[in-house]
Design a protein around this ligand. Structure first.
Ligand code: 13P
Length: 614
């Protein structure tokens, strides 16, 4: 394990949050408090005071948090149980005054000289910290030590890399690793250079953005020490440059005044970050332009009804053959990014003996899975009788892990809301209770998916099959989406890795009082509701067809497209409007499979075409 000798000054930062509530500040003509002038330590009250070690102590803490054997030259400062301990280690005090989000620094005009003590055992590295005051004497001591201890390497932090003093220059020439804030001008580095500029860290060919609010009360010195210390520590424990910069970003953005993060915690956060990046990319793939998602995920009950109506035997073989038609339709991958499967289908095989999941994946189509498990009665007070909630959360993490292992990369969960009116014209459903409960469940499901590495599609569906006008569909869809995004945010779901599947906004199928909505009306209302309630950061919006006729769904999709562009990709994820003509052509007889494929391909083409603006 590497041994590091830090050369630098331990500082104490005293943060005072000044209390302006007593009106003791002197005001200028414009009423602005004269913070620096008015402060009088004897009389001015502060409401919070905290003091923390800074300077070389921060570097020591970062290295300790990486379990690197480190000490500060000439300073007795211990790191015990995650805390720094010292009796008289501080070289200087700095006061950081905060009032009303404004920050002023009081720093000593004369900084203490940095100490050097010849180490008793040979360090692998000497790290000259940003806090070091580099005197002639210090420089001479270090250079002579390095000439004797050939194995010891040198890292140095040069705040003003563009204007080096003679001492800094002679140290920089020997350094194996240089941290700098400005581009180095006078020195040709013999080793690596890490530049810590405002907002971006660069090293070799890698760059990493970082951002810390000034009001987080970290001084520049502390921020830079956390970054440099973390990059240094990461490289010492064998991380790549890219990983080192990523860990430094995480540490400086998440550290608090009272502590930096341990290596273990940082690595855990990095894993989560890269998981989220992978999920976001997968979500983007699912809504890539010009293509949609095929919903071939009817549950046992739904497929039974479909087959019964068409007088097709409902057995496993027929269900497999039916799904096989869709998956083996030529050029499917040109029209769909993903296919949603039902559990049974995900375990069945295609004609060539591969399971359907591998078969679709090999075609470049992402396989997904329906994970909700039917409806249960909502019995809470306030729910109308007949209202339901969607079940399936209990063993969801276990099922998601299995689905992930099977190669499934996204999931779908549907919550259905029926609009029902009483005879006197008051709306009975959906009730607030039903909306709240289902949206909470959708958010729990979405979070569980993301934790399992699976992109969630959340599907709150206002069922089209009712007697209501377009304005009711507008307000109910809006109310549900509003609540849904509130719950998703509350649960901490990453919206960039989440897709919304929703109904188009249109009058109910049995709207007794008025006409069915025209495509132009559907386009305008749907666009309005989406824009009002769907946050910009969402990965995408896909539509269900919801029992609209085949051509109605396509025409309405075209109208929605025409009302774009939107802040997110918008596409189709139909079941019935893509499959129904194929079901009819197939009719349970595999001799008709090619005709069924043609009927399906026709709907694929028409709906993909409807994604282009007319
Ligand atoms: P429809 O397009 O038939 O509404 O089905 C979409 C879906 O996945 C419903 O959950």
């Amino acid at each position: 394990m590497s041994k590091v000798l830090i050369v630098g000054n331990v500082l104490k930062d005293v943060y005072l949050n000044l209390d302006g509530r007593g009106g003791e500040f002197e005001l200028d003509g414009a009423g602005v408090p004269w913070l620096d002038v008015a402060f009088n330590g004897g009389e001015q009250r502060y409401f919070r005071r905290s003091s923390v070690f800074a300077g070389a102590a921060v570097t020591l803490e970062v290295l300790e948090n990486f379990k690197i054997n480190a000490k500060i030259s000439g300073v007795r400062l211990d790191f015990k149980g995650g805390e720094l301990e010292s009796s008289s280690a501080c070289a200087d005090y700095r006061y950081i005054l905060c009032y009303d989000d404004k920050i002023s620094y009081l720093v000593p005009s004369q900084r203490s000289l940095t100490k050097w003590e010849t180490p008793k055992s040979t360090p692998d590295w000497i790290f000259i910290d940003r806090s070091a005051v580099i005197s002639r004497e210090l420089t001479k001591s270090i250079i002579s030590y390095l000439s004797l201890s050939k194995k010891t390497r040198l890292a140095i932090y040069l705040e003003h890399g563009a204007e080096l003093s003679a001492d800094e220059l002679s140290l920089a020439k020997l350094a194996n690793l240089i941290f700098t804030e400005e581009p180095l001008k006078e020195v040709k580095p013999r080793g690596m250079v890490c530049r810590i500029a405002p907002g971006v860290i660069t090293m070799g060919t890698v760059r990493q953005k970082w951002q810390v609010e000034e009001t987080d009360l970290m001084t520049h010195l502390t921020m830079h020490s956390v970054i440099a210390g973390t990059v240094f520590a990461s490289l010492l424990v064998g991380k790549t440059e890219a990983e080192a910069l990523q860990l430094a970003k995480l540490n400086v953005e998440r550290a608090s005044l009272t502590g930096t993060l341990t290596r273990g915690k940082l690595e855990e956060m990095m894993d989560n970050t890269s998981n989220i990046d992978t999920l976001r990319m997968m979500a983007k793939t699912l809504v890539a332009p010009g293509k949609g998602i095929l919903a071939a995920d009817e549950s046992g009950g739904s497929i039974h009804k479909k087959f019964e109506q068409a007088r097709i035997p409902d057995d496993e073989q027929h269900r497999r053959d039916y799904r096989n038609i869709f998956f083996t339709t030529p050029d499917l991958e040109k029209y769909v990014n993903g296919v949603i499967l039902f559990d049974e289908t995900a375990r069945q095989e295609s004609d060539d003996g591969r399971d359907f999941v591998s078969y679709l994946t090999a075609k470049g189509i992402v396989p997904g899975i329906k994970v909700d498990q039917g409806l249960a009665d909502l019995t809470d007070d306030g729910a109308e009788s007949g209202e339901k909630y969607t079940q399936g959360l209990d063993d969801l993490p276990k099922r998601l892990n299995e689905y992930y292992a099977m190669g499934l990369r996204f999931a779908k969960w549907r919550a259905a809301f029926e609009i029902v009116f009483a005879k006197d014209g008051t709306r009975l459903t959906p009730t607030d209770v039903a909306v709240a409960k289902n949206c909470e469940i959708l958010a729990q499901y979405a979070l569980a998916c993301q934790e399992a590495g699976i992109v969630p599609i959340v599907e709150p569906e206002v069922v089209y099959d009712g007697d209501y006008g377009p304005e009711v569909s507008t307000s109910v869809t809006g109310q549900i989406l509003d609540r849904l995004f509130e719950e998703l945010n509350k649960a901490g779901v990453d919206l960039g890795a989440c897709i919304l599947k929703c109904n188009m906004v249109l009058a109910g199928k049995r709207f007794g009082l008025g006409p069915q909505s025209t495509p132009a009306e559907v386009g305008e209302l749907t666009a309005g509701v989406l824009r009002a309630y769907v946050p910009k950061g969402l990965a995408g919006v896909v539509f269900l067809s919801g029992g609209q006729s085949v051509t109605q769904a396509t025409d309405n999709l075209q109208a929605v497209t025409n009302d774009g562009p939107y802040p997110w990709p918008v596409t189709f994820s139909f079941a019935r409007a893509l499959q129904d003509p194929a079901l009819e052509a197939w009719n349970g007889d595999n001799d008709n499979a090619d005709a069924a494929r043609e009927a399906f391909a026709e709907r694929l083409k028409a709906n993909s075409a409807a994604l282009k603006k007319q």
